[in-house]
Design a protein around this ligand. Structure first.
Ligand code: MD3
Ligand code: FE
Length: 204
């Protein structure tokens, strides 16, 4: 089997050191005060175990109306807060120096939360990579191929890890099997926060 590094999955372990993780978390929690985490519901009507919010011009939402990107928080109706500057810099460095991300999904995994295998395909242009930053408890992440029949590999994502999904991996099926509770002390109340930066809308 191909190593995951050859399908366009690039992991930068501990790209953010402890101080950078603390600084980013502080900014995230400050913005979350204005755009609180809420529990999304799938188009089929099932509440997700992951809680979500977004930063940036567009945010990913799911409800009875389906999956989509929208400019406002579904509970408060307010525009999403800005994407933290440090994340914009990471994107420029690792993903695209010219075109900034327009969406930052923030996932919160508390006790027992997980995310089933899925593809990210609600964005206008799959040629842009996705950049993900993990904070807090370690996650057991699973990634396969584009087909349900493709084999999957398990990768641990720890606090401070940054991964870039580009090329073939951009449409790979992936999910979070589980979180290792108590593996980090970063997040007050425990758990894991994942930030994913995307170009969701068309490039003007
Ligand atoms: C592989 N989030 O929000 S991040 C998601 O840890 C999502 O919260 C997971 O899957 C999380 O959609 C995984 C790593 C990741 C993000 C996007 C990807 C892996 C990806 C897009 C394509 C392939
Ligand atoms: Fe995803």
């Amino acid at each position: 089997m191909e190593p995951v590094s050859q399908i366009g999955f690039r992991l930068a372990p501990a790209a953010l050191d402890a101080a950078a993780q603390e600084a980013l978390l502080a900014q995230v929690l400050e913005k979350v005060a204005a755009a609180p985490f809420y529990r999304p519901v799938t188009p089929g009507g099932k509440p997700m175990s992951v809680e979500m919010t977004n930063f940036g011009p567009l945010g990913w939402v799911t409800d009875a109306g389906g999956y989509r990107y929208q400019p406002t928080h579904p509970v408060t109706g307010a525009a999403w807060p800005d994407i933290p500057e440090v994340l914009l810099r990471l994107w420029a460095e690792l993903a695209d120096p010219e075109i900034p991300p327009d969406a930052c999904l923030v996932n919160l995994y508390r006790d027992g939360a997980k995310m089933g295998l899925h593809q990210d395909r609600d964005e206008a242009d799959f040629s842009f990579p996705v950049l993900s930053v993990s904070l807090g408890d370690t996650a057991l992440f699973r990634i396969g191929g584009t087909s349900r029949r493709d084999p999957t590999t398990s990768v641990r994502l720890a606090s401070g890890d940054v991964c870039l999904l580009a090329g073939p991996a951009r449409l790979a099926r992936h999910g979070i099997d589980r979180i290792i509770a108590g593996s980090s002390r970063l997040i007050p109340g425990g758990g894991r926060i994942n930030l994913t930066l995307r170009r969701a809308g068309p490039v003007a």
